[in-house]
Design a protein around this ligand. Structure first.
Ligand SMILES: NC(=O)c1ccc[n+]([C@@H]2O[C@H](COP(=O)([O-])OP(=O)(O)OC[C@H]3O[C@@H](n4cnc5c(N)ncnc54)[C@H](OP(=O)(O)O)[C@@H]3O)[C@@H](O)[C@H]2O)c1
Length: 313
């Protein structure tokens, strides 16, 4: 287990999924706020609700931050039980244990709870209708957490990427060096979101909430109950997968002028069938996040530039 070096008085934050894209960034970013404890999968297996309850009871954290998830969108179609165990039942257990111990839960969810038929960016209050098992299991997790009675905040995000882990950007950069042409879907619309931006947003949310609970006197998490609910948190701006890939390759060409990169061709979703259907409109309206927590997510072009310059060598 990776425990922070803080003293006893430091606020304790339990972070799941530290080997993942968002979890890895959270462990670093939240260490500035308190004692971060990041159990490995062996120490807290989300397929085992009992181990989740026991870990929360043993650690008694003030905050539980849960980016861990079953994220294999296509594979979920053939492993629904596993997807539901991790994305819904573990979240229910986490919420129930948080309610018992007085912790607040920050949880991450997805644009894939929507069917993508809306013509405008989705609001938190819009009707959900997942197209596949992954989205349905994440929606079940949102509901389970709300029903648990824990103080909770759910951040729905989209198209997460960064300089580490398994993600679209890193796959494209690798393939673009190996091939002459890459054919990428150009009719699904959304926004790439930098894992580090999500971690920094989470730190802002915790800071804001701590200020609020302090102002209310007791410092109790109950003071935050009115903050409970869903907020959308995706990169600003919008593009398509093809637009994202083309911009990444364009920037990379500028950075490495001697290297030849693939041309990026646009195709339709119908030309690239996958086991799970994806929403054609993944755009999330993030106005509530800005209004409530004063955080505007970074424009996807700017975060892409930073990831390429700072992280991808
Ligand atoms: N990636 C996206 O494009 C995207 C889009 C929208 C929303 N989201 C949501 O954003 C959050 C973060 O996503 P991400 O991209 O950071 O995910 P990720 O890179 O796939 O990481 C998932 C993490 O969950 C852990 N995990 C999986 N099964 C587990 C289990 N049984 N017990 C304990 N840990 C387990 C993984 O551990 P191992 O390393 O051991 O497997 C890994 O640390 C998730 O809630 C996801 O649903 C992601």
């Amino acid at each position: 287990m990776d425990a922070g070096t803080g003293s006893q008085e430091r606020m304790r934050i339990l972070v799941t999924g530290s080997t993942g894209q968002v979890g890895g960034e959270l462990v670093k970013t939240l260490a500035t706020l308190g004692e971060v404890i990041a159990p490995t999968r062996a120490e807290m297996d989300l397929t085992d609700a009992k181990s989740v309850r026991e870990m929360v009871r043993a650690l008694q954290p003030r905050w539980i931050v849960n980016p861990a998830a079953y994220t294999a969108v296509d594979k979920a179609e053939s492993e629904p039980e596993l997807a539901y165990a991790i994305n819904a039942e573990a979240v229910r257990a986490m919420g129930e244990a948080a309610r018992e111990t007085g912790a607040a839960v920050i949880h991450f969810s997805t644009d894939y709870v929507f069917d993508g038929t809306a013509k405008t960016p989705y609001l938190e209050t819009d009707e959900t209708n997942p197209l596949g098992v992954y989205g349905a299991s994440k929606l079940a997790g949102e509901k389970a957490l709300a029903e648990s009675g824990a103080v909770h905040m759910i951040f729905r995000t989209s198209w997460v990427y960064g300089g580490r882990g398994k993600n679209f950007l890193l796959t494209i950069l690798k393939l673009a060096r190996e091939r002459e042409t890459l054919r990428i879907v150009a009719d699904q619309h959304g926004a790439p979101t930098w894992s580090r931006d999500l971690a920094e947003m989470t730190a802002r949310v915790i800071r804001r909430c701590e200020e609020l609970s302090g102002q209310n006197g007791t410092g109790s998490m109950e003071a935050l109950r009115s903050m409970s609910g869903i907020c959308h948190a995706a990169g600003s701006g919008e593009t398509t997968w093809q637009g994202f890939a083309a911009e990444a390759v364009r920037l990379q060409r500028e950075r490495e002028s001697g290297i030849s990169f693939a041309e990026i061709e646009a195709i339709t979703t119908a030309e690239y069938p996958t086991p799970a259907r994806r929403p054609m409109n993944s755009r999330l309206n993030c106005g509530k996040l800005e209004e409530r927590f004063g955080w505007r997510m970074m424009d996807w072009r700017e975060s892409l530039r930073r990831v390429l310059a700072d992280v991808v060598k």
